[in-house]
Design a protein around this ligand. Structure first.
Ligand code: ATP
Length: 476
């Protein structure tokens, strides 16, 4: 599905440079040069990610009576991964270039060259004509399995009996606690268990900034249903999740459904649809929504020896529930939101006219360039910035600080008293703050302030005691 765009790398470079400069994303342990596939989120990035997770938790768990939360451990008994099929089965076919030694995921390599990886039972073969994109060599190894799970040891002795794995997905922690949740939460089918947490995969080829990382966060729902209702719940969740992406600011036109053909589904699955976003580097998956039958619960019943049957309290029907799994990645959603928000514009020095910037061209007469992150207010890391017009006038400073202190009780806000107001606006535009509030001399007389909106750049006088309600309406 990947499609290259000419300006993709320029856009991603500009975005990653802003993210570093303004404290959204840093390579991990920057002073030591980082490790490929690991990222740290700075003051603004960590707040952005928190807002995404809070929005998901609110919309999935808090407002749905029949969905409950869970926070399971990252390290679980290795038997969990035998049951799930990850031990022995969680690997990607990889090919190495014999000439330049670069390593690639076989399916991506074929896809990028317009071909399909050939699968024969459990083995894979490259089609004719695949070359190394780096050195153009035709000398590639046959695809070989590469284990994606990170291994560690529990306790002081590093022998085989102490081997454990960092979870490659959060889902299995949910299945392993199915019985405990059913017996403690009084949920009746259909119901869901939701979890947000870290997952780890030793990806061969981390790339596209944070898109494919080795440590990342997932937000997963296991929605347990009666067998036979799989198709309708699968449809339901696709609709719900598409609407959710729009609610966090991704336009419908940038979202796509990638429906997996029947012949590519796992043997136990009846349907799988990915929700994909139009990234500058191609249309790529944000979330997979799979109807997985009762495969997971049945396997855990088999491997643990504990029944995973559910007994309907009304009909007394006994069955192993089927499941629909919407499984999303926080970091990919954050990246999609950052890509979507990033805009370079030319704005008129007088009035509020805005033109999209044309790369490589001179800013037109009477205009100036601005970079603005157009985050949905709900997701923006900082919701409002408060400025006194002048920093050396104590009454202005006191009033601005009072407003700042009271808004900060509800939302992350920013206080700034340095530089010309225009410069302060630009700084906030660049980090996507939806509202700027300026206290001036009139404010001391009439208790109003200037409220400036980020995207339209409209300014209006608003009574101080109306600001909170105005912001609440925009952020909800
Ligand atoms: P891909 O095909 O891109 O490797 P996947 O189909 O293996 O992804 P799932 O196992 O379905 O991914 O995981 C669910 C979600 O977890 C994905 O939709 C994605 O948002 C996120 N995710 C998976 N792998 C990574 C990764 N390496 N880095 C960041 N997010 C990831």
């Amino acid at each position: 599905m990947a499609k290259a765009k000419d300006s993709a790398s320029t856009t991603m470079e500009a975005l990653s440079s802003l993210c570093k400069r303004r404290g959204f994303i840093f390579q991990t342990s920057d002073i030591y040069g980082g490790i490929n596939g690991f990222w740290d989120y700075g003051p603004l990035g960590s707040q952005l990610k928190k807002n995404i997770k809070d929005a998901w938790w609110h919309d999935v768990v808090q407002v749905n009576e029949n969905i409950v939360g869970l926070d399971s451990a990252i390290i679980m008994p290795p038997r969990v991964w035998e049951a799930s099929g990850h031990i022995g089965g969680f690997s990607d076919p990889m090919v190495d270039c014999k000439s330049c030694k670069k390593r690639y995921k076989a399916d991506n390599l074929c896809e990028e060259q317009g071909q399909d990886l050939i699968q024969e039972g459990k083995t894979f073969r490259l089609p004719e004509g695949i070359i190394c994109p780096a050195c153009k060599s035709k000398e590639l190894t046959e695809p070989r399995a590469f284990d994606l799970m990170f291994k560690t040891y529990v306790g002081p002795v590093e022998d085989d009996s102490a081997v454990a794995y960092l979870r490659p997905e959060t889902a299995q922690g949910i299945f392993a606690q199915f019985n405990n949740v059913v017996s403690t939460s009084r949920q009746k089918i259909p119901f869901g268990i939701a979890q947000i947490g870290k997952a780890f995969r030793n990806e061969i080829n981390p790339r596209n900034y944070t898109f494919r990382s080795r440590e990342f966060e997932q937000m997963e729902i296991e929605f347990f249903i009666e067998p036979g209702t799989d198709a309708e719940w699968h449809e339901y969740w696709i609709k719900q999740r598409l609407a959710w992406y729009e609610s966090v600011g991704l336009p419908a036109s940038s979202l796509h459904q990638d429906i997996h053909p029947q012949e590519k589904l796992a043997h136990y699955a009846s349907a799988c649809t990915d929700i994909a976003y139009d990234f500058p580097f191609g249309v790529q998956e944000l979330e997979g929504i799979a109807a997985r039958g009762n495969f997971d619960l049945s396997r855990h019943a088999e491997y643990s020896g504990k029944s995973m049957d559910y007994v309907d309290p009304v009909t007394n029907k006994r069955f192993v529930p089927h499941v629909v799994e919407p499984s999303a990645g926080v970091d990919r959603i954050a990246l999609a939101i950052l890509c979507n928000a990033y805009k370079e514009q030319w704005v008129a020095k007088e009035g509020n006219a805005v033109l999209p910037a044309e790369p490589g061209k001179q800013v037109p007469e009477g205009y100036e360039a601005r970079t603005v992150m157009q985050f949905a207010p709900r997701i923006a890391p900082i919701k409002a910035a408060v400025f006194p017009l002048l920093k050396n006038k104590p009454p202005l400073v006191d009033m601005a600080r009072n407003i700042f202190n009271s808004l900060q009780q509800y939302w992350p806000c920013f206080y700034d008293q340095t530089g010309a107001i225009g410069r302060r606006y630009r700084r906030q535009d660049e980090i996507g703050t939806p509202f700027c509030i300026t206290v001036d001399f009139d404010s001391l007389e009439d208790n109003t302030v200037t409220l400036r909106e980020r995207d339209s750049m409209q300014q209006e006088r608003v009574p101080i005691d109306e600001i909170e309600a105005r912001m609440r309406a925009a952020i909800a």
